[in-house]
Design a protein. Sequence first.
Length: 320
Amino acid sequence: MDRSKKPSAIGVSPSLPQPTISFVGNEVEAKLPKGGSVTVNLFGATVTSWKLPSGKEQLFLSEKAHLDGSKPVRGGIPLVFPVFGAPPKDHATSSLPQHGFARNSKWEFLGKSSSESLERSKSSDETVKLDFGLSHTMLSEDFQKAWSYEFELVYSVILSGASLETQLQVNNKSSKSFEFQVLTHTYLRIEDISKIRIGNLQSKTYVDKTQNATTHIEKSPALAITQETDRVYQGLEPNVPVVVSSTDGKTLFSISRMDLNDTVIWNPWAEKAKGMADFAPDDAYKNMVCVESGSVSTWQSLEAGEFWVGGQTIKASLEA
């Protein structure tokens, strides 16, 4: 991937241990000196693991997830681009598969780098940023034909002690504008779906895909998941995080967004989980909930030569 401004290397201090990067098969793993790690599969640039300094895993990954690049990964944080769900007819994305090609393509690891996020940290040993790239020429021949625009994507995964930030930059390298949607399909690991509530969605409009895509207004101040759930909440305030809490009031996750004003809440529940070949074990729906930050209720339009940046930051409780 041709990238004109590659990130500069993190300055190394001889007095401080630095984050370490390792490669195992198709995956890149970064570890912080004080504990905590993140693992990214190059197929889809999919985050497959995020562990706190305590070693506690924060993401759900199906026991039958395909990690060999044969299929999109079931779990972690798959990246949806340039279309969410089934592509609409008579649209530039109409020949693409559901959720587009980003999660179905092999990305390039651009390296460990410095960033604005690192500057917010006390020192570079407390934060590590990994950059991944995908461009038009890296797509399969079928995907290039299905979506012919010239583009470059730079996906950044930034790990700190109690947070994980994912940020996508979309660059339009074409001579004409294109439209896109984007979503980080985050699978959060939880102990018991019956004992969590999701807050800061009250009074928001949502499309319920389990009810023929009808539109509703959220009435609950603390959403409980008690059945198959597939809702697209629209027009959320960027500075108000979606919060996943336990029924006793403890905050488990807080998800804030940048230029991603929609949030999808998804859980397949028992019957649908059994029907998904790559979802295992069957009752694992009890131990996960998807809280997905995105821009999917409308289309982002990007003019030739322009770029767009959006992302999410997930803060987790440090209590093991």
